[in-house]
Design a protein around this ligand. Structure first.
Ligand SMILES: [Cu+2]
Length: 111
C-alpha cells in the first residue's frame, strides 16, 4: 500500500532527525501479541525510548507517572508504526495501551 510505505519512510526520517548528533542512547519496547516487550525496561534520563507496534491490530502507548498521564501516542498505532519519547525525569512510568486495558508495562528511569 503506497500510502503506508510513505508514512513508514516519513516516520523513519523523523526518528533520524530527532537524534541530535547520533549521540543519544536509545532503548526500545516492542508491542507484540497484545503485550509490551520487555514488560519492564530500565532507561536513563536523556535516553529515547521507542515503541513499535508489531501486531496487525492497532495499539497505542500511554505513559503515566504518579497517576498522571505524561505522554500519549496516536490513538491508533498501526502495524510497524513507531512512537518515541525522551525520558526527562527519574522515576517509574507505567505504560498502558489506550485500546486494551489488559496491556501494561513499566519503565524505570534512573537518574
Ligand atoms: Cu493494545
Amino acid at each position: 500500500m503506497p500510502t503506508r510505505l510513505w508514512l513508514s519512510a516519513a516516520t523513519i526520517a523523523l526518528a533520524i532527525v530527532a537524534l541530535p548528533g547520533g549521540a543519544v542512547a536509545a532503548k526500545s519496547m516492542a508491542i507484540e501479541k497484545f503485550a509490551f516487550d520487555p514488560p519492564t525496561l530500565t532507561a536513563s534520563i536523556g535516553e529515547r525510548v521507542s515503541f513499535v507496534n508489531r501486531d496487525e491490530l492497532p495499539h497505542s502507548v500511554v505513559g503515566i507517572r504518579d497517576g498522571t498521564e505524561i505522554f500519549r501516542s496516536n490513538e491508533q498505532m498501526d502495524q510497524d508504526e513507531a512512537y518515541s519519547i525522551v525520558m526527562d525525569r527519574a522515576g517509574e512510568i507505567v505504560i498502558r495501551c489506550g485500546l486494551h486495558g489488559s496491556m501494561s508495562a513499566r519503565i524505570v528511569v534512573k537518574p
